[in-house]
Design a binder for this molecule. Structure first.
Ligand code: CP3
Length: 347
């Protein structure tokens, strides 16, 4: 089959004959075949088996007909190379054995060594580079989001310890941002070298910050990451996560190609807030997928109508798929995005 480069063209704001679509967390628990594999292996065990991780990455491409694959991995994987011990605990998420709380904890972090500590991830990427006929998106967690796990020790609603370090010990905070920034840069560079065709920086929880604090404590590192990776000839996506609408106005000067939106800001408004500088990706509320199919299509149609108004649009959800999502509805939605947008673009 011919290589499908719709997603790449949309990232570059080139013409497309239909709108590309993929879903955050498209490899996951809504799929019974994935759940079967998870009965035998944990997420981290799967990541250490490149053939299996590659197979899981390809499952949603085959089953749903999406226009891009996202590497099966987790944002926590690279921190193992810094010397941080963690586990992904069922129904909780990442849990850190010894959360980072002091200057000594942060000084102890080692520089990342992707080639020796994370060779299994690079091997998975190489396999996928050979097998896929759609682009492979690889990803990293952004420094704030990773720091929130490292400092809190587990998922948090308040980010109390993270914010306490950020506001109370800014020197320590910036040292941690620098180290995590270096980690992300080396990690994503290695992905592209191994065959990754695009990457997304997930800043899932940074929407908890006020814009002025985002600009002061986080944005300099985000700006540096995209500047240092600018020479890589692949599309670069920044996803500022849930409730990030108020941060969009701060994002007009990063060297990314695409910004992911959650569902609280329309595509048109997202474009306006980012000075129409980027491809927009999003932004159906994932829980709309619990509604009857005609409601899902109506909401998708409204998003697509705004998306195709100017070049550069990728259909996605506003956040990750959830375990109860219906695989049949996802398939029908994917087909609908393709057929509806193909007609609408001709018009
Ligand atoms: O399909 C894909 O999107 C690729 C795989 C992927 C996973 N994690 C696998 C995974 C991706 C892109 C991630 C990124 C990730 N991990 C993020 C950023 C995206 C987002 O949702 O905001 C974050 C915050 C994490 C940290 C993390 N890992 C959480 C919060 C959880 C959920 C805990 C739970 O049980 O709900 C995980 C575990 C995880 N990572 C799962 C998957 C498929 C679910 C559990 C499992 O199948 O083992």
């Amino acid at each position: 089959m011919a290589y499908n480069d719709l997603f790449i063209r949309a990232c570059k704001r080139q013409e497309v004959e239909r709108i590309p679509v993929w879903y955050m967390r498209q490899a996951g628990r809504y799929d019974p075949d994935y759940r079967k594999i998870k009965e035998k292996y944990s997420l981290l065990e799967i990541c250490r088996q490149p053939e299996l991780a590659a197979e899981i990455t390809m499952m949603p491409v085959r089953k749903l007909g999406v226009d891009a694959a996202i590497l099966y991995s987790d944002i926590m994987n690279p921190v193992a190379s810094l010397g941080v011990e963690f586990d992904i605990v069922k129904n909780i998420g990442p849990v850190i054995e010894h959360p980072l709380r002091t200057a000594a904890d942060i000084d102890r972090l080692k520089p990342i060594d992707v080639e020796s500590d994370l060779s299994h991830i690079l091997e998975t990427i190489s396999i996928l580079d050979r097998e896929l006929d759609v682009p492979l998106i690889t990803f990293a967690g952004a420094p704030f989001t990773i720091a929130s796990y490292l400092i809190e020790g587990r998922p948090s609603k308040s980010y109390i310890r993270t914010k306490s370090m950020m506001y109370g010990e800014p020197e320590l905070w910036f040292k941690l941002m620098d180290k995590l920034g270096d980690m992300v840069i080396a990690y994503l560079r290695a992905h592209v070298k191994s065959g990754g065709k695009a990457f997304q920086l997930f800043d899932s929880w940074v929407g908890t910050l006020a814009p002025k604090d985002f600009e002061k404590y986080v944005l300099p590192t985000i700006t540096r990451i995209f500047a240092e990776l600018h020479d890589l000839d692949v599309p670069k996506i920044y996803f500022p996560g849930v409730s990030s609408g108020e941060l969009l106005g701060s994002l007009i000067h990063i060297e990314a190609d695409c910004i992911g939106l959650d569902w609280r800001v329309s595509i048109q408004e997202g474009r306006r807030r980012t000075a129409d500088r980027y491809t927009m990706q999003g932004n159906l509320d994932p829980y709309v997928l619990t509604a009857p199919m005609e409601i899902i299509k109506q909401q998708a149609k409204e998003i697509i109508d705004e998306g195709i108004e100017s070049p550069g649009f990728i259909f996605n959800l506003g956040h990750g798929l959830f375990p109860e999502a219906s695989i049949d509805k996802l398939k029908e939605l994917t087909e609908f995005v393709h057929s509806y947008s193909e007609e609408a673009i001709v018009r």
